[in-house]
Design a protein around this ligand. Sequence first.
Ligand code: NDP
Length: 247
Amino acid sequence: MSKLSGKIALVTGGSRGIGEAIVRRLAADGATVFFTFNSSPDKANAVAAEIGATALQADVANADSVTNLIKTVLEHPANTTKRVDILVNNAGITKDTLVLRMSENDWDSVIDTNLKGAFLMSKAVCKPMMSQRAGKIVNIGSIVGITGNAGQVNYSASKAGLIGLTKSFAKELASRNILVNCVAPGYIDTDMTAKITDEQKKALQGNIPLGRTAQPAEIASVVSFLASDDASYITAQTIVVDGGLAA
Ligand code: NDP
């Protein structure tokens, strides 16, 4: 039997990049997977069709959209157990610029998607997970939430906030056997990081002890571990997956 057989997983932002890799990995590990997209239905539907998952449109920054999403997942015919066993808060955006040029909207939209989105989603799955007396929540943070980064005041604040959110949700929900952890990736090859020039990438790689950037699957494998029974005594933690960059 696969390690996530019988589990219902919900992944936000599963249409591309790290989220897509997580969706593919959890499905390969036997979970029934639901995932969200925001603005790329064609890509999301193609991934869903290929692996037998369900793609649903949702804006994680919008409370009504999140409420409708959870209702849809719980009532969906593919959800035979009517549970949510695993939530992965992966959806995220950047609006990078130096602080003097950063607009209020640059700040609000990044905080709303990356931090408020994780709050809304985690709050919405609390009820079913509490009555199940079991659940796993994995938040996708970032190494810059620990180190900070010039040009990413909004983004690094959202990711630092996710670490506090992770610890507080974990402490509040531990008595119901709901385990909450965070994965903090370093530099991963996705659309989000595609803007960087080859020269910048070479310089960055020189600072990474493992000498390379990572593939999305290398984050997905850690998420799969945290979502599984192999991680039954790990909660409130942030696992850094950065090739040694910030050590
Ligand atoms: P991508 O830009 O490749 O993908 C982002 C995903 O988030 C897409 O599926 C997108 O959906 C979805 N999304 C964006 N906004 C919303 C929203 N409001 N509601 C619902 N879904 C939304 O990002 P990555 O794969 O690179 O990043 C994934 C996560 O990993 C993010 O949280 C990011 O901060 C984090 N991370 C990434 C790193 C990297 O180096 N790439 C490093 C550290 C952390 P759609 O396609 O429909 O727009």
